[in-house]
Ligand binder design. Structure first.
Ligand code: C2E
Ligand code: MG
Ligand code: MG
Ligand code: MG
Length: 271
């Protein structure tokens, strides 16, 4: 508007500050509307036991399109939803959709689980556990068929985070620590986290066979998983060489990546 331009040229507000205030707010509003308008959908990526290529579950990954049908990257809209205070809406839509599709489209059997990504705020959200429980029951599933993924880069008071994770655990939900290797966890902290598995970030997988660093880190993470009795999940497996490398180190590892399948809508998942 003219008044806004006046404010700009009058030197009251810098262009950067203007865009930050008004530009980002409308972007955030756009994302909120897309979420509330039913344009949040899920795709599923296979989780495969590397040794025998048996599919043991899937990870649900959120997708969002704007009003023109253009994709908004998950890294972007998740961050905007966290900062805008509406990540709780994302979590509830994701949980409800995933559990419904587990039942109806994926025809999940007892041993088959679905990984659901939660933001730190979701884990600390005191009402989410009850919501999850109700949804699991109403879709005729078991808590053991849901694995919650919490990122290693989670920024929260560790004691508070651990306390909240314990509540989910007591009701039968397991946690995997996502993006492992990109955060700051030391071994003492890791040993205290109520988790059942660690997901090695794809950054390291993709360095296997290319950089000494990739193989060294993969070897050490396999050793850590074994020592702490944690399930190892290796993300970003794109080649047979990467799969074989991990299989030699850790025959019980689960793999995820384009080698086994890209994320697809539930009806396109081949079990
Ligand atoms: P993430 O949980 O670590 O998910 C794995 C990401 O790696 C996904 O990206 C997946 O598409 C990608 N990927 C899987 N295999 C390969 C591969 O072989 N090669 C390559 N290059 N990439 C691979 P995506 O779908 O873009 O999701 C990005 C991140 O957004 C996720 O990382 C997760 O942190 C977040 N996210 C996605 N859905 C949700 C959600 O429902 N809630 C929350 N809080 N976060 C979510
Ligand atoms: Mg994840
Ligand atoms: Mg991950
Ligand atoms: Mg990741």
């Amino acid at each position: 508007s003219v008044a806004m331009l006046g404010a700009l040229s009058g030197g009251g507000i810098s262009l950067a500050a203007f865009l930050y205030r008004y530009g980002s707010r409308s972007f955030s509003e756009k994302i909120r509307q897309a979420i509330e308008g039913g344009r949040l959908t899920l795709v599923y990526q296979p989780l495969v036991r590397i040794h025998d290529r048996q599919m043991v579950g899937v990870e649900a990954l959120a997708r969002l399109t704007d009003e023109y049908g253009e994709d908004i990257a998950p890294d972007v809209f998740i961050k905007v939803a966290e900062e805008g205070g509406f990540i709780d809406r994302v979590a509830r839509i994701v949980i409800r959709t995933a559990l419904k599709e587990m039942r109806s489209r994926l025809k999940a059997t007892a041993g088959f689980h679905c990984g659901i990504n939660l933001s730190t705020g979701d884990i600390l959200d005191e009402t989410l556990c009850d919501f999850l429980d109700r949804e699991v029951k109403s879709h005729g599933l078991e808590p053991s068929q849901v694995v919650l993924e919490v990122t290693e880069r989670a920024t929260a008071d560790p004691e508070q985070l651990i306390g909240s994770m314990e509540k989910f655990r007591q009701r039968g939900y397991a946690f995997y620590l996502d993006d492992f290797g990109t955060g700051y966890s030391n071994l003492a902290y890791l040993a205290h986290l109520p988790i059942s598995g660690i997901k090695l970030d794809r950054m390291f997988t993709q360095a296997i066979g290319k950089e000494a660093m990739g193989s060294t880190i993969a070897e050490n993470v396999c050793a850590v998983a074994k020592a702490l009795n944690l399930q190892l999940i290796v993300e970003g497996i794109e080649t047979e060489e990467q799969a074989q490398y991990i299989d030699r180190l850790s025959p019980a590892a689960i793999g995820q990546g384009w080698l086994y399948g890209r994320p697809v809508p539930a009806e396109k998942l081949r079990k």
